[in-house]
Structures are given as C-alpha cells and as structure tokens.
Design a protein around this ligand. Structure first.
Ligand code: CA
Ligand code: FE
Length: 314
C-alpha cells in the first residue's frame, strides 16, 4: 500500500508549559510522556499509536518535520528507490531515531520541508479501547480532538522568478509517494500556474496541502472533530482559554471542511476541522478552483480573506 496516513508533526514551541497547557486543555490531546531533548509527546484519544504531536523547546516557532506512516517496513526501501529516481536523496535512519518508532526514511521535499516515513510506532491503543468500546472516553479536556488530520505547508512560490515548489511537491508526491490530487487551483494570465494542491492517501479530502508562500514554513496543523457542534464547542473552549483565534468557525469550499484557525502560544497556527467532506477515491476527478474563486474556496461564506490566512505563518 505504501503511505497510509499522516503519523505525526514535530513542532517547535517557545514556552513548553504554555504549549503543554494549550495542546492538553484546548485541543484536548492526551500527554504521552517525555520525548528526547526536553520534548513532549501527545496523541488524540481516537489514535492508537503512541503520539501524533511532538512539542520541542526552541527559540523560534515552526515545524521541525512531518512524518507519514507506511504500511510495511519494506515500503521504505521501495520508496527510497522511487525518490532516488526523482532526484531526491533519502537516508534510512535506525529504529529509535524517531522516538518509539522503527526505522525511518528521511528526506527533504522540494519545498524545503523535512519529511519522514516510518512503518512502526509503539501502539498504545485508543482511549476507549478496542473491546466493546464506548463512542468517546470520559475525562476529555477542551475540544477533545480525535486525531491529527493533516498539515498545510507553505511552499516557496514566485512564478515570475520561475519558482513553484507547489508544482514540484505535487509531482513528487504523485509519482514517488502515491498521493492522489483532490483539489487544486491555478493562477496567472493563462490560469496554468499551479498555486494550490490538496492531496490524499486516506479516503478523506486531504492528508497534506501545499500552499504558496514567500518562504518555507508551516501554515497549520489540523486536528479532527466529529461535526459542526463540536466546532462550536471548540470555539467556546478557545474563548474560555483566551486563545488567539485567527478565523472563527466557518466552512471551507475546498474539502467542504468546517473549520477554526487559531494559534498556539508560540504562534503556530492550528486548525480544528470537522466533516469528512466527501469520499476521496483515486479515480475521483480532481476539483479545480479558478483564481477569481479561490477565496470562496478557502472561506466559502464570505468569499474573502479572513484573519491572517495569507500573511502569517511559522
Ligand atoms: Ca485527512
Ligand atoms: Fe487545513
């Protein structure tokens, strides 16, 4: 099968205590103990592997790396070959290089982001267990996020200088990693410059998004909620905790997701995202947004930029 889904994101935070309070009390992630070098590990209650978020202490915010899980250990060797055929030099790392994981494959994608694949991570089970489970566990805090759903990456984009790392990422993920395209946007005088790509390996509308930006960064890490009423409750939780909200509850045209954008105390943008949108399948005709409708795609109700979507990232 190759790549199955997103596995974890490693985020840099400036104040670990403030960050821990945010990810535990606002997002409702479950602490999974300490990782290496002063880092802390977290998972969503509905996830079964040990962690999906690594918070690492640092002087600047942002993303260290993002990791996706492959089905079989041998996939790592096959994907290493495929990456080499596309000019990407990946290195195999021994078990334990990523905490609680088997061996991993590390490489840099065209946009400059550090990327890992791994097949094995310590399994701890869902908070509701796997025997006659209740639909949700007692004692959930905050938004009670189910799982890390996707990341959206800021990719260098300057078509006048011939720079389009969205296009390069898109081709690499399609050809070497087996991702499928769900939604895209084109800009420019001939509407032929790819400025946005949403791609998937699960059956959800996206497992990664590539967005245009001046420099490499992370736009947001997104956590899954069940539905619209959970999004409303998450917004209440954010207000209670005086979280800096970027965009209050609304709907995306792209993916049809129900969303809130907000910031962790270090300035990393988070999203709570509800609605499975639609069933993404390899043969689904990709959805295309034109430049004049792109804001409608991003914020469906207003059709205009909200918050600091295009200007702030880490
Ligand atoms: Ca997804
Ligand atoms: Fe998102």
């Amino acid at each position: 099968m190759g790549v199955m889904r997103i596995g974890h994101v490693s985020l840099r935070v400036l104040d670990m205590e403030a960050a821990a309070k945010h990810y535990e009390d606002v997002l409702g992630l479950l602490p999974q103990g300490d990782g290496p070098d002063g880092s802390r590990l977290y998972k969503g209650w509905d996830e079964w592997d040990k962690y999906s978020v690594i918070l690492t202490p640092a002087d600047t915010a942002g993303m260290n790396h993002v990791a996706y899980k492959v089905e079989n250990d041998s996939d790592l060797d096959q994907i290493k070959e495929k990456l080499a055929n596309h000019g990407v030099d990946a290195s195999l790392k021994p078990a334990g290089h990523l905490p609680n994981c088997g061996r991993s494959l590390r490489f840099t994608i065209p946009s400059g982001h550090e990327f890992y694949l791994y097949a094995e991570k310590e399994r701890v089970g869902k908070a509701v267990g796997d025997k006659n489970p209740d639909p949700w566990p007692d004692g959930l805090k905050g938004a009670g996020a189910h799982w890390l759903d996707h990341v959206a990456l800021q990719c260098p984009f300057d078509p006048e200088k011939g720079v389009n790392k969205i296009e390069e990422n898109y081709k690499l993920f399609r050809d070497a990693l087996g991702f499928y395209l769900s939604e895209q946007a084109f800009v420019g005088p001939n509407q032929d410059i790819r400025a946005v790509a949403f791609m998937f390996r699960t059956t959800t509308p996206h497992d990664i998004a590539f967005l245009p930006a001046p420099t490499t960064g992370i736009h947001h890490a997104s956590f899954f909620l069940d539905g619209w009423s959970d999004v409303l409750k998450a917004a209440d939780v954010m207000a209670k905790n005086k979280v800096k909200m970027d965009v209050p509850p609304t709907r995306h045209g792209i993916t049809r997701g129900e969303t809130i954008y907000f910031f962790d105390p270090s300035g990393n943008r988070n999203e709570t995202f509800a609605g499975l949108g639609y069933l993404a399948q390899p043969d689904m005709p990709p959805i295309t947004w034109s430049e004049d409708s792109l804001w409608r795609g991003i914020f469906y109700h207003t059709g205009e930029e909200q918050g600091t979507f295009s200007s702030v990232y880490t």
